[in-house]
Ligand binder design. Structure first.
Ligand code: SAM
Length: 274
């Protein structure tokens, strides 16, 4: 690790392209792309990749590293390795990822960490994520009741505390329970039933479940489908969808804290230091 303030030749920027082709790219992300020597693309589809290629002559797709039966963890380590090889060769490297490069995305965080540890300049430029589109399209303000986000398999595999008085946003539900990380197809109804059983500890089975897909092409509209929680095992679900459970219960006032606050306010009113 470099201890001097001097950084080595070669640099890295991981930028987000946003969700909707053409309309979400920020001027700063665009300038990172156009000013780099080599661009690596971790994008959702070929049309978006073709659009990126119009911005730079050397766009290298990261898609071929995926393979059915190969763990995505291996693929993501390979992405870090190919990007770092060019950084170490002294190139200005730009990694372009759909949405926000730092949201539910391991490689961009990792490659920045590795580049910095080796003394290279590395930067993450945010983008409009599925989460941002979801708030706009579903009319949800996460500040109203609070909002928890979980990766679906993590929620299934670890003991987490769900707060059903706020919104619950579930990512990668299509792959819920896939411990191999090697499947391309969605996991089956039995896996999702396990997930429903877990959620049913906090939500009634007829609770609303929203399946949301943000528009990725300008000609598309967002897709919003509403179901009952119990239907989840049997609905068609793609890898590009996020699931939302609205609050199931009213927030409960914290009477103990309110009483202590009232005491503080009374002390202040009496001129005592609170
Ligand atoms: C690996 S994460 C990538 C998220 C991305 N970095 C972002 O900023 O939105 C993939 C998950 O993002 C969500 N996702 C991807 N595309 C989406 C879309 N078009 N609409 C809604 N959610 C989407 C799904 O939950 C999917 O399982």
């Amino acid at each position: 690790m470099s201890t001097s303030t001097e950084t080595r030749r070669g640099s890295l920027a991981c930028v987000g392209l946003g969700m909707t082709l053409g309309s979400h790219l920020t001027p700063l992300a665009r300038s990172h792309i156009t000013q780099s020597d080599v661009v690596f693309a971790g994008l959702s589809d070929g049309i978006v990749e073709a659009w990126l290629q119009r911005m730079h002559a050397d766009v290298r797709s990261l898609q071929p590293y995926y393979r059915e039966g190969k763990s995505r963890a291996t693929t993501y380590r390979e992405w870090v390795a190919v990007m770092m090889a060019e950084v170490r060769a002294g190139k200005r490297v730009c990694g372009v990822f759909y949405g926000h490069p730092g949201i539910f995305a391991w490689s961009p965080h990792k490659v920045i960490e590795v580049a910095r540890a080796e003394g290279f300049h590395a930067h993450m430029e945010p983008g409009i994520s599925a989460e941002d589109c979801l708030y706009a399209d579903l009319g949800i303000d996460p500040g109203r009741f609070g909002c928890q986000h979980f990766e679906a398999s993590q929620l299934l595999l670890f003991e987490r505390r769900i707060d059903p008085t706020g919104y619950l946003v579930l990512w990668q539900v299509g792959h819920v329970g896939d411990q191999s990380l090697a499947r391309f197809r969605a996991t089956g109804p039995a896996y999702r039933q396990l997930f429903v059983d877990l959620l049913a500890q906090d939500y009634p089975l007829d609770h609303e479940l929203i399946v949301y897909r943000a528009a990725t092409l300008p000609i598309q509209q967002p897709r919003i489908r509403r179901f009952a929680l119990r239907e989840l095992p049997h609905i068609e679900l793609t890898a590009e969808e996020t699931v939302v459970l609205p609050p199931a219960r009213a927030m409960k006032p914290n009477q103990a804290v309110r009483a202590r606050l009232a005491e503080l306010e009374a002390m202040e009113a009496a001129g005592e230091p609170a």
